[in-house]
Design a protein around this ligand. Structure first.
Ligand code: NAP
Length: 249
């Protein structure tokens, strides 16, 4: 295992389970101190215990500005710097256009798009003063479009645009902003999908199987490290090739 993140401080949102927990474990193994952030406090404590003393668990809702500002302050007070921000927390509220409620639209936008915006804004002054920083946004292959996910796809498409814009705005402060776009990954989020929807997605998957959370964590670790210093504003699809085109089966 490379040791590329020695003494770096990383905030991971949605760290309590799934992809966020895997990213937290991977970045810890590469030497980082981890700030675990999740709306669900219960799942954070055991992970913080597993990761050891160089980790801090903070319960926060990333769609609430007051909670984001407080979370970033606690992180800075605890570890002195913030070198990496991984905007991973995200939710789905799927439905075809005619059945999608306004509430489901707003909730998904609040968590998936406004949340990362608030987190980027909250860490900006700290990274600017350091003249260094890495931001990795977890989007989704669905940003290219996906039936039944108008709200989710639009939120992730918005996050792609946010990534590219902030890459341009923040580059002169040596802050890199990139995105990782997972395809179908085995997590609690996908386990809760209706069986029929999951089977349809697997039929469209070039590899015929789901990816693992560790596949995503490896890509995030790479982009968070010095190995990614000249990579900025990019969307790295980690999806077994699905973004290359539709399979005709
Ligand atoms: P997950 O298993 O549902 O984990 C997401 C975590 O974020 C949960 O612990 C969740 O808490 C938390 N969270 C939800 N709303 C939050 C908020 N407002 N503030 C802070 N934390 C919040 O999801 P995942 O499958 O690991 O997905 C992680 C990211 O990858 C998401 O952005 C997702 O869109 C993206 N992604 C996943 C897949 C996939 O196949 N799994 C594919 C493409 C992209 P609760 O459980 O209490 O809601």
């Amino acid at each position: 295992m490379p040791n590329r993140l020695q003494n770096k401080v990383a905030i991971i949102t949605g760290a309590g389970q799934g992809i966020g927990a895997a990213i937290s474990r991977r970045l810890t193994r590469e030497g980082a101190k981890i700030v675990l952030v999740d709306i669900n406090a219960d799942c954070l404590e055991s992970l913080a215990h597993e990761l050891g003393t160089e980790s801090l668990a903070i319960a926060a809702d990333i769609s609430r500005k007051d909670q984001v500002l407080s979370m970033v302050k606690q992180a800075k007070d605890a570890f002195g710097s913030i070198d990496i921000l991984v905007n991973n927390a995200g939710i789905i509220r799927d439905g075809f256009l005619s059945r999608l409620s306004e509430d489901d639209w707003d909730k998904v936008m609040d968590v998936n798009l406004k949340g990362p915006f608030l987190c980027c804004q909250a860490v900006f002054d700290i990274m600017k003063a350091q003249n260094s920083g890495k931001i990795v946004n977890i989007v989704s292959r669905s940003w290219l479009g996906n039936i039944g996910q108008a709200n989710y796809s639009a939120s992730k498409g918005g996050l792609v645009s946010l990534t590219r814009t902030l890459a341009l705005e923040l580059a002169r402060f040596q802050i890199n902003v990139n995105a990782v776009a997972p395809g179908l990954i085995e997590t609690p989020m996908t386990k809760n999908m209706p069986e029929e929807a999951l089977a349809r997605l697997l039929r469209m998957q070039p590899t015929g199987k789901m990816g693992s959370v560790d596949d995503i964590a490896a890509a995030v670790a790479f982009l968070s490290s010095g190995d990614g210093d000249f990579i900025n504003g990019q969307i790295l699809h980690v999806d077994g090739g699905k973004s290359c085109g539709l399979l005709s089966l």
